[in-house]
Design a protein around this ligand. Structure first.
Ligand SMILES: [Zn+2]
Ligand SMILES: [Zn+2]
Length: 339
């Protein structure tokens, strides 16, 4: 996690939000802290101090007693009690097998920022990845077609590439790699022009629409996408949402054989509601000799801590660590993706 005490009031609230995201807290309290963080960020620190001194911080719209207490304790140079409690109670537990896989990971290949539907700026995501011990992070915001997720068109993607370049100068030797989570269109084409695909370090291709397609056209659609020379990783292959949406229907033999043939890694997606692929498909991907990647698919800094969920799956499934492409150095990874 980024930063160490004493915290500024903004850092303290950011860390509270981080811990709540890590524990996938979807209650109103998580939203309330995000809102409070926005309010405090928008104020001058001196202003906040004066309001705390007068004990009227809660008069501000969006600041409740819990947020006010955190700000007050941070101003006193203390670790806020609520933050200390969250720090202790939201750690993600791992088996020894999963811990060994996690220790071998050098980066994360799938995450989102404010550029699309993520909740944090690229820099905050990158700094969290640094704090987690990573050497690189691939930023994979959504492609243009996914308008609900504010997908990036050509102009915005080019602007993002510039931001990443500037950030890399600041964060070296850590590397923010360029990428995109590109939609696999209904006919298997990708939702981004070739001249842009070729510029990106890592391309994740995922199905986000028409998830209920018939088995044969869905198989063709996925095989075409993973056979595309620009595609490096097949994201959350079944599209399932545990308890909410069943997996898509496709012939996994063809899809994984194509992944193995065309050197497209199969993602182990770590989001608690996805945990995709299910065990039997992970076993099949291994049988076909596919490479794998263990990706958080984080939409907030705290979610970058979700890789242990996928490490657990990999450990249970007996995945050899050398088959996991984000255990490789950045040079090995980029040589493999052809970037
Ligand atoms: Zn996705
Ligand atoms: Zn994603």
């Amino acid at each position: 996690m980024d930063g160490s005490p004493p915290f500024t009031q903004v850092q303290a609230l950011e860390l509270v939000v981080h811990c709540l995201d890590r524990s996938y807290d979807q209650t109103p309290r998580a939203k309330a802290f995000v809102r409070a963080l926005g309010v405090v960020k928008g104020l001058d620190p001196g202003e906040v101090e004066a309001l705390v001194a007068a004990d009227i911080l809660t008069d501000l719209d969006g600041i409740g007693p819990s947020s006010a207490a955190i700000v007050k304790e941070a101003l006193q140079g203390k670790v806020p009690a609520y933050l200390a409690k969250l720090e202790a109670t939201t750690q993600i537990a791992m088996s020894d097998g999963a811990a060994a896989v996690r220790a071998a990971l050098k980066g994360d290949l799938h995450c989102h920022s404010l550029w699309s539907d993520g909740g944090a700026p690229v820099e905050a995501m990158a700094r969290t990845a640094v704090a987690l011990g990573h050497e690189y992070l691939v930023l994979t915001d959504h492609s243009p077609r996914l308008t609900v997720a504010h997908g990036l068109n050509r102009e915005r993607l080019l602007a993002q590439l510039q931001e990443i370049e500037a950030l890399n100068a600041k964060l070296a030797p850590f590397r923010v790699l360029t990428g995109m989570e590109v939609d696999i269109l209904e006919d298997g084409r990708l939702d981004l022009d070739d001249d842009l695909l070729v510029r990106l370090d890592v391309v994740v291709a995922s199905v986000h629409s028409k998830l209920r397609m018939e088995r044969t056209p869905m198989t063709e659609r996925m095989v075409l996408a993973v056979a595309n020379p620009h595609v490096d990783i097949l994201g959350h292959c079944t599209g399932r949402m545990i308890g909410k949406r069943p997996p898509s229907t496709f012939d996994a033999d063809y899809v994984f054989a194509a992944c193995a043939q065309f050197h497209t890694a199969v993602e182990i997606n770590c989001r608690p509601e996805r945990l995709d692929p299910p065990e039997e498909l992970l076993a099949l991907a291994l049988e076909y000799g596919c490479y794998l990647s263990i990706d958080s698919d984080a939409h907030a800094t705290g979610q970058l801590e979700w890789q242990p969920h996928g490490c657990e799956k990999a450990a249970q499934g007996g995945v050899p660590v050398e088959r996991i492409i984000n255990t490789w150095s950045v040079d090995e990874l980029l040589a493999w993706t052809g970037a």
